[in-house]
Design a protein around this ligand. Structure first.
Ligand SMILES: C[S@@+](CC[C@H](N)C(=O)[O-])C[C@H]1O[C@@H](n2cnc3c(N)ncnc32)[C@H](O)[C@@H]1O
Length: 248
């Protein structure tokens, strides 16, 4: 994960936070689930509060944090974006994550407003969300062309299939940017995560160090480079509240 384009941006953000405020950076991870981001960030020295409605995910988070030796730096709060305002201090976080969250929430704008109220002045909201075009390509490349076509034509970039589709929506770079801007956030960066890796069968990469090294380098370069960025599996945006005040 540490060679990932998203992680790199977050690391820079946290270096800035340490400069700004000193001490241990406070990260708020909304929909943080089992700690895919929270645990590595705690290992890197942050104090992380994960808010998630799923007791199972929070149990896994606690176990993972224990195994990594960072239990004292990870707090698990059962709740969701609707209850955020009461559950965590407003304006207290040096970085707020909403990774893999906007695909599931009832109201994207309301959720983003809740995330924005939690950031301290100058701090950022980091959003990672599934890309509808990557989902189309993934189906077409595995021979599921009718599904790819339905997904392409669906306004929310999803299939109306309650079992295989748990997401309510997917985004593209424009729709993600638009919704962030619509709640008053300034989008500072838009990049892609997993542009190439999810398209290449693992069997083609196995056993070749040069392939692995080149792939990491290519991923880093492609992350910020349209049109490759725009077909990444996930889209990553970093946004700030203008003037450092909470979005209303
Ligand atoms: C796909 S997982 C993402 C987990 C993690 N953030 C990651 O990037 O790997 C989505 C998570 O969002 C949580 N979730 C769903 N609706 C939510 C809401 N309204 N508020 C907060 N979390 C929510 C789910 O319980 C789940 O743990």
């Amino acid at each position: 994960m540490k060679s990932d384009a998203v992680y790199r941006v977050l690391e820079t953000e946290l270096i800035d936070a340490r400069r700004r405020r000193g001490g241990v950076p406070e990260v708020l991870d909304i929909g943080g689930g089992s700690g895919v981001w929270a645990v590595p960030l705690a290992v890197s020295g942050c104090s992380v509060t994960v808010v998630d409605p799923s007791p199972d995910a929070l149990a896994t988070l606690r176990r993972r944090a224990g195994e990594a030796g960072v239990s004292e730096r990870v707090a698990a709060v059962q709740g969701d974006t609707d209850a955020l305002r009461g559950a965590v201090p407003e304006g207290g976080a040096d970085l707020v994550l909403g990774h893999g969250l906007l695909e599931y929430v009832d109201d994207v704008s309301e959720s983003l407003r809740a995330l924005a109220t939690a950031v301290s002045p100058g701090a950022a909201v980091s959003v990672l969300a599934a890309n509808r075009y990557a989902a189309v390509l993934a189906r077409a490349l595995t021979g599921r062309v009718p599904e790819a076509l339905r997904l392409f034509n669906d306004p929310n970039g999803r299939l109306d299939h309650p079992v295989s589709e748990t997401v309510r929506r997917r985004f593209d770079t424009d729709s993600l940017r638009d919704v962030l801007v619509s709640v008053g956030l300034e989008v500072e960066l838009m990049q892609g995560q997993s542009v190439i890796s999810d398209l290449v069968p693992g069997s083609l990469l196995e056993g070749s160090h040069s392939n692995g090294d080149a792939l990491r380098e290519l991923e880093m370069a492609a992350a910020a480079q349209p049109p490759l960025r725009d077909i990444a599996t996930r889209l990553h945006a970093l946004a700030r509240v203008p003037g450092g005040h909470a979005a209303q």
